[in-house]
Design a binder for this molecule. Structure first.
Ligand code: GAP
Length: 453
């Protein structure tokens, strides 16, 4: 069967990710571990650029948000109070024919009967709840008293530290607490590359407010978050804000939006923006017996704050960035013949490497020395890559393929051999237009940094 263009595109993306060192299967030499992934040298840079930019926009650029970094393991009581121990489940079905374990929503409904999507078998068990939290034991004994879970979301650490952070930061409502960190879910069917993983990272903001402000702030944060995705290079027409209908929403939420992206495998959730009311803080206050109230000095009232939560997935956003950036166009090869060029058109802000530096010839000591000087000049301000191997066209292509937005070439003009007025100038190549401009070495850092930010 012929694969659809979208399926082919996804295959090419997965293969590029491995070939160029963005993402590898975890424990690959042992056959992998389903739902777990390792980020290679370029993947880790992309991921860091994303997390740093989120932190910059959400924490550093605002007066009303502070950060924290909570532990992954927490007292089991947290997960009891939050409701995760009893209700963080997906309904699961087993196929008795092929032994596949399926999420109930993956089962095919045909003429009133249920069918396994794997083997077509009809002998399926009734749906039963499956808790998605990974269990673990703290300390030397492995019994109920030492049981806890790897956190399935980072948010709960924020709720249980609410009072401490309120006291030390001396913030007034509305204010937020932000966190980036790992989360773990024993997904029944991890799939679509990194999209549904068992270990992943979240970027979560809990924005605390008065009850009357919740619905307005829900809309405010939806628009702020849509703007964020545009600022990292995700095109607006591939982003969608879906209002989650009443029957799908958590019972305590008064309003939720899913921000969705058109991946090659379909429109899927990138981030949830939810108005969670005072549910979480009230649950922890009741279960712990410790007050999590806020004292409003203006009205002299004490109350449990409400919260609006934009919760984004790092790995899903990285995948969206790669899918968005992946493109093929036509460009001339060394001999002027047109060939297919593979380009990752990352926003310069997100690109793992900002600038490639190339001496025209590797066996010319002066060209090499000048190129290395330029590397030293740029390195304090950006991630640069020096490459002297192969024809210059091939070196450009290698950088295009990993999304490096700028390329600097040191040639004989740079040495002033042909025209003294061109001494200490280089060509600066733009990845997308492939146009080259001649710029003075002393202006390079300023020009490139102004185009990255
Ligand atoms: N604190 C709220 C919360 O965790 P969620 O909708 O379950 O809400 C938030 O998760 C985000 O975390 C999702 O929008 C998604 O980006 C990311 N996420 C959730 N499960 C994931 C998984 N199995 N693999 C990768 N990312 C996941």
């Amino acid at each position: 069967m012929n694969k659809s263009p979208d399926a082919q595109r996804m295959e090419k993306i997965v293969s590029l990710c491995k070939r160029r060192g963005f993402i590898f299967q975890s424990s690959e030499i042992y056959g992998g571990l389903s739902g777990c992934w390792d980020y290679g040298p370029l993947g880790v840079e992309l991921k860091r650029n994303l997390k740093n930019y989120w932190w910059h926009v959400i924490v550093h650029e605002r007066d009303d948000v502070v950060g924290m970094d909570g532990s992954i393991l927490m007292n089991r009581a947290v997960w009891k109070a939050s409701g995760h121990e009893d209700t963080f489940t997906d309904p699961m079905v087993d196929c008795r024919s092929c032994k596949a374990r399926l999420r109930t929503d993956q089962v095919i409904e045909k003429k009133g009967g249920r069918q396994c999507p794997n083997c077509g078998g009809k002998d399926l068990t009734e749906p039963r709840p499956f808790n998605l939290m990974f269990k673990t034991y703290v300390g030397a004994t492995e019994d109920e008293s030492s049981l806890t879970y790897l956190r399935p979301e980072t948010a709960q650490a924020i709720f249980v530290q609410f009072k401490n952070i309120l006291e030390v930061s001396r913030k007034k409502l509305p204010f937020g607490i932000a966190q980036i960190g790992k989360a773990f879910r024993n997904e029944i069917n991890p799939r679509n590359f990194t999209f549904r993983s068992r270990e992943f990272e979240q970027m979560e903001l809990e924005y605390f407010c008065r009850a009357g402000e919740g619905m307005r702030l829900l809309d405010y944060w939806l628009w702020e978050r849509l703007k964020f995705y545009e600022n990292i290079g995700v095109s607006r027409d591939k982003l969608h804000a879906r209002k989650v209908p009443d029957e799908e929403r958590a019972f305590y939420s008064k309003g939720t939006y899913d921000i969705e992206y058109d991946f090659p495998f379909g429109r899927q959730e990138l981030e949830g923006v939810a108005y969670r009311t005072d549910y979480d803080l009230s649950q922890h206050q009741n279960a712990s017996g410790k007050s999590l109230e806020y004292f409003d000095e203006e009205t002299k009232q004490r109350f449990v704050p409400h919260v609006v939560e934009p919760s984004a997935g790092v790995d899903r956003t990285v995948l969206a960035l790669i899918c968005e950036a992946y493109s093929e166009d036509e460009a001339p090869d060394e001999k002027g013949k047109m060939e297919t060029r593979l380009v990752l058109r990352f926003h310069p802000r997100m690109a793992p490497i900002k600038c490639g530096v190339f001496p025209l010839l590797k066996n010319n000591a002066q060209l090499v020395a000048k190129a290395k000087e330029i590397v030293d000049l740029l390195r304090p301000q950006m991630n640069v890559f020096y490459d002297e191997g192969g024809a210059i066209g091939r070196r450009y292509r290698r950088q295009d393929e990993i999304g490096t937005p700028f390329g600097v070439t040191v040639d004989f003009e740079t040495l002033g051999e042909k025209d003294a007025t061109l001494r200490d100038t280089v060509t600066l190549r733009d990845r997308d237009s492939m146009k080259q401009e001649r710029v003075a070495i002393k202006d390079l850092a300023g020009i490139i940094t102004s185009r990255i930010r």
